[in-house]
Ligand binder design. Structure first.
Ligand SMILES: NC(=O)C1=CN([C@@H]2O[C@H](COP(=O)(O)OP(=O)(O)OC[C@H]3O[C@@H](n4cnc5c(N)ncnc54)[C@H](O)[C@@H]3O)[C@@H](O)[C@H]2O)C=CC1
Ligand SMILES: O=C(O)[C@@H]1CCC=N1
Length: 277
């Protein structure tokens, strides 16, 4: 899988924070030789990045070693600083690198304007469980991405979890709002469940342990058991029992989680649209 990438034609990650770092560690773990990876990140160049040797971290593209022609450039910086970074990327397009962007909201057409109309660009949306190989990434490519580049981008994202190709870039903001941001909703659910346990008289530490392990266990069950979430829910719910009483609130006609989740995902999608405008 790594044959397209070499020391002379490395994989360059621009921005090695939470998402870039998670992917980089995933790729190293999946067998990418460290000599084939270059990281550009001014902060990481000062502080170092967990799991990545400092010899491959550079503060800017201008300081990358001479005579390298990146085969893949991963853009894992915030959408807000893309304008400032793209000119340096445009200056490194000689080897015809595949561009992969993880940035929320930022459309393929925006990159084409700076990097060239025929630049091969894949827009992806991973999520942070990628750091343990359990992410899910959606991908969408423009027409200039070759079959082998398409395969390479899929293999790269498969190294950190599952992958799904989208039929249209127009789906990307909804996807971002659901699976990109989604881990945060689940972590907040842990916080909310723990706070509810504390309010019922449990000590805070016990409540947090119970909430955390419950969500982790339920997540593991979901990934091991192919039955629907509905059936798994029904298995917990004894007729006229405690879960049924709890779910009457969570699934009630007036206040319910589905409604709140719809509002949550709608707000996140709208923000994606704003970031892309
Ligand atoms: N955190 C998440 O769960 C996800 C984030 N994303 C996307 O990933 C991108 C990065 O987000 P995070 O990793 O969360 O942010 P982050 O703030 O953790 O990482 C951004 C990195 O960019 C670096 N940086 C700043 N200026 C730079 C420059 N001029 N050149 C190179 N690097 C520079 C920063 O030092 C930082 O390490 C965003 O576009 C976001 O939309 C996508 C999916 C999930
Ligand atoms: O919050 C954000 O904008 C990024 C995109 C998806 C997850 N984090």
């Amino acid at each position: 899988m790594w044959e397209a990438i070499s020391e002379e034609k490395p994989l360059v990650i621009i921005g090695c924070g939470k998402m870039g770092g998670a992917m980089a560690r995933g790729w190293l773990k999946a067998g990418l030789p460290e000599s084939h990876l270059l990281v550009v990140d001014p902060v990481a160049a000062r502080t170092g990045v967990e799991g990545i040797s400092c010899s491959c971290v550079f503060p800017s593209m201008e300081e990358l070693p001479a005579n390298i022609y990146p085969s893949v450039i991963i853009l894992a910086i915030k959408p807000q600083i893309m304008d400032a970074v793209l000119p340096a990327v445009a200056a490194n397009m000689q080897g015809g690198p595949l561009i992969i962007s993880v940035a929320a909201g930022t459309r393929i057409g925006y990159f084409s304007k700076s990097l060239g109309r025929d630049a091969p660009i894949v827009r992806v949306m991973p999520n942070t469980p990628a750091s343990i190989g359990c992410g899910i990434t959606t991908l969408v490519a423009n027409d200039y991405v070759s079959e082998s580049q398409r395969k390479l981008s899929e293999q790269l994202m498969k190294a950190v979890g599952k992958t799904v190709w989208l039929s249209s870039e127009d789906q990307m903001n909804a996807v971002t709002a659901l699976s990109g941001s989604g881990p945060a909703y689940v972590f907040h659910m842990v916080e909310a469940m723990a706070a509810a346990g504390s309010a019922m008289g449990l000590d805070d530490e016990l409540a947090m342990t119970l909430a955390r392990e419950t969500i982790a266990g339920a997540g593991a069950l979901l990934s091991h058991d192919t039955r629907s979430a509905k059936i798994l829910r029904e298995e917990v719910t004894s007729p006229k029992g405690t879960t049924a009483a709890g779910l009457e609130v969570l699934m009630g006609a007036d206040t319910n989680l589905s409604q709140l989740m719809r509002q949550t995902v709608r707000a996140a999608k709208k923000r994606g649209e704003e970031l892309g405008s």
